[in-house]
Design a protein around this ligand. Structure first.
Ligand code: WNU
Length: 152
């Protein structure tokens, strides 16, 4: 029977297709492949809960998720965007050393996420200045988006 598990090589070329990782040196990408875990989620599953502590970074390998967030004046968290294959999330809690700032909910069955823990994330991103600078800027932009939404 053919294994359902993708080969290391398939992960390697998938990761190369992720815009964030496009310019990473070969050996760093290989390191991510070595430390990867895969998590599977069904429709409606919470991958991340706003306000909880988090120590992981995710890359979507299959399926779709939606991002929702508490908003002033709303009783229910509001949907702010959807993410699909090749998109990533969870970097903000790691970079700002804060709790999770939004919910991430699987909106398909069999959504698959590649998961990188904080230590590996720091080793990969922390030793690659351009990537670190890019993510820091992006995270600041997200905070501004959060403020703007709540100011409406
Ligand atoms: C947003 N506000 C906040 C997204 C993913 C990656 C990048 C946008 Cl580089 P976390 C919750 C996660 C958070 C982000 C993600 O949700 N997120 C947002 C927003 O407008 N978070 N506060 N949009 S999708 C996205 C840019 O990854 O990281 O660890 O957990 O706080």
């Amino acid at each position: 029977m053919k294994s359902m598990q993708a080969t290391q090589e398939e992960y390697f070329s998938f990761l190369r297709s992720v815009s964030l990782l496009r310019d990473l040196p070969e050996e760093k990408l290989a390191k991510i492949v070595d430390c990867l875990e895969i998590d599977y989620f069904d429709k409606g599953d919470y991958i991340i809960r706003e306000g909880e502590e988090g120590n992981t970074f995710f890359i979507i390998a299959k399926g779709e998720v939606c991002v929702t967030q508490t908003m002033e004046g709303c009783t229910e968290p509001q949907e702010i965007k959807t993410l699909g294959v090749g998109d990533y999330f969870g970097e903000k809690a790691l970079i700002s050393e804060d709790v999770r700032s939004a919910n991430i909910i699987s909106i398909e069955n069999d959504t698959q996420c590649l998961v990188v823990d904080r230590d590996n994330f720091n080793q990969i991103v922390g030793t690659y200045e351009e990537l670190q600078a890019y993510l820091r800027e992006y995270v600041e932009e997200l905070s501004r988006c959060d403020e703007r939404r709540n100011a409406l």
